[in-house]
Write a protein that binds this ligand. Structure first.
Ligand SMILES: *Cc1c(COP(=O)(O)O)cnc(C)c1O
Length: 397
């Protein structure tokens, strides 16, 4: 008999926490960690935000779940608010990011099907992408470590090099339905798709009559200092998948689309039991109460710039630790010289939590409510960690 009753799919860090408070996670013995992981960009308003707690507890005493057999006023309200704050006309609520992506992929395929072009089902994605762990989204992400051993890859995904416009256009065939792209790759290593590339992808989609799908599961809901990261480029997407930050810790996601893009999604073709239930909607609406407040996202952008500047100064001081600083707003990261997991360990020794990513990157994803003092504190802890790493590596020389 193995020791744990759980699947062995996670290499967990041996740390546990009893409670959270804003940007802090607290252990049973009172030890406090500064949380610049935020549950992988999920705890957008930090831990135990009073407005979120009140929304959840208030709803919990009234109604949890009724299914989508009935009307759910909180869904109408949250859908309307998301659409009013974005490019979108239509919303479909899910429980996770991968399901929001599944809905985006199905929306694109149905769009062409409904127009009588059912052969258009293929979707172009970019190297380094991460779109989730369902069978379709591991095929979309195209990373062998995620799809190997899970049988035939779901058909219909073509991958090109990161941001390679020539390769993208060359990959478009009469079977292509859409291009799917993260404006900022998260798991891929905080790789920002340049604004001019996003604009060129929009033009390519228009030229070939295909849809532009964005994966903003990590970059959306204020994370980069705009409601959606694509807003920095000025483009209008056709479909956007959202999750992580929208629930602030409650599992939920949403697929947003223009009326035109969603035109094939007619009654009966798609559905979910849990998606958009009253509990999730109460929490999602509470997140928007704060994120859509006047000036909130400007503050995120300002704090992001502050953190990035201070990080860049640390990179100058410790070139043997930090190779490059990347990202926008509070979706930041740095590429490491040593193995990123070693750097993560040194940060943990200073009681600072971060998230590893591809391309040997460490991600910094604090709650959007992080204070400037907490940013200074994180920088001081990174300074200590980088000093320790530098001293140890020079001793080894
Ligand atoms: C986390 C993530 C997903 C998958 O979301 P899940 O909720 O884990 O299914 C998809 N795309 C991006 C960009 C993500 O960061």
């Amino acid at each position: 008999m193995s020791e744990s009753a759980l699947y062995n799919t996670y290499a967990r860090i041996p740390l546990s926490f009893e409670r959270g408070d804003g940007s802090w996670l607290i252990q049973e013995d009172g030890t406090r960690y500064l949380d610049f992981a935020a549950g992988i960009a999920v705890n957008s308003l930090g831990h135990a935000h009073p407005h979120m707690v009140a929304a959840l507890v208030g709803q919990a005493g009234r109604l949890w779940h009724i299914s989508n057999l009935y009307e759910i006023p909180g869904q109408d309200r949250l859908g309307r608010r998301l659409c009013d704050a974005s490019f979108a006309d239509k919303a479909f609520f899910t429980n996770s990011g991968a399901e929001a992506l599944e809905c985006a992929i199905k929306t694109a395929r149905r769009y062409h099907y409904a127009k009588g072009d059912e052969n258009r089902f293929r979707i172009i994605t970019f190297e380094g992408a991460f779109h989730g762990r369902t069978l379709a989204t591991i095929a979309a992400g195209g990373q062998k470590k995620y799809f190997e051993g899970f049988g035939p890859k779901v058909e219909g995904f073509d991958q090109v090099a990161f941001g390679d416009l020539k390769a993208t256009e060359a990959a478009i065939t009469p079977e292509t339905a859409a291009i799917l792209v993260e404006p900022v790759q998260g798991e891929g290593g905080i790789r920002v798709m340049p604004n001019e590339t996003l604009r060129a992808l929009r033009e390519l989609c228009d030229k070939h009559g295909i849809l532009l799908l964005l994966d903003e599961v990590q970059s959306g809901i204020g994370r980069t200092g705009r409601f959606f990261a694509h807003e920095w480029s000025g483009i209008t997407p056709d479909v956007v998948a959202v999750a992580k930050g929208i629930g602030g810790g409650f599992p939920m996601g949403v697929c947003l689309a223009t009326e035109e893009a969603a035109s094939g999604m007619i009654p009966g073709v798609h559905g979910t039991t849990f998606g958009g239930n009253p509990l999730a909607m109460a929490v999602g609406n509470a997140v928007l109460d704060i994120v859509l407040e006047d000036g909130f996202m400007d503050k995120v952008a300002r704090k992001g710039l502050l953190l990035k500047q201070k990080l860049a100064a640390l990179a100058d001081t410790y070139p043997q630790v930090v190779e490059e600083v990347r990202g926008n707003g509070l979706m930041l990261g740095f590429k490491c010289k040593p193995v990123n997991l070693q750097v993560m360990g040194a940060l943990r020794d200073e009681k600072l939590l971060a998230v590893p990513a591809g391309d040997n990157v460490v991600r910094l994803l604090p709650p959007l409510t992080v204070s400037e003092e907490e940013i200074d504190e994180a920088i001081a802890r990174m300074d200590n960690a980088f000093k320790t790493i530098s001293e140890n590596s020079s001793q080894g020389d």
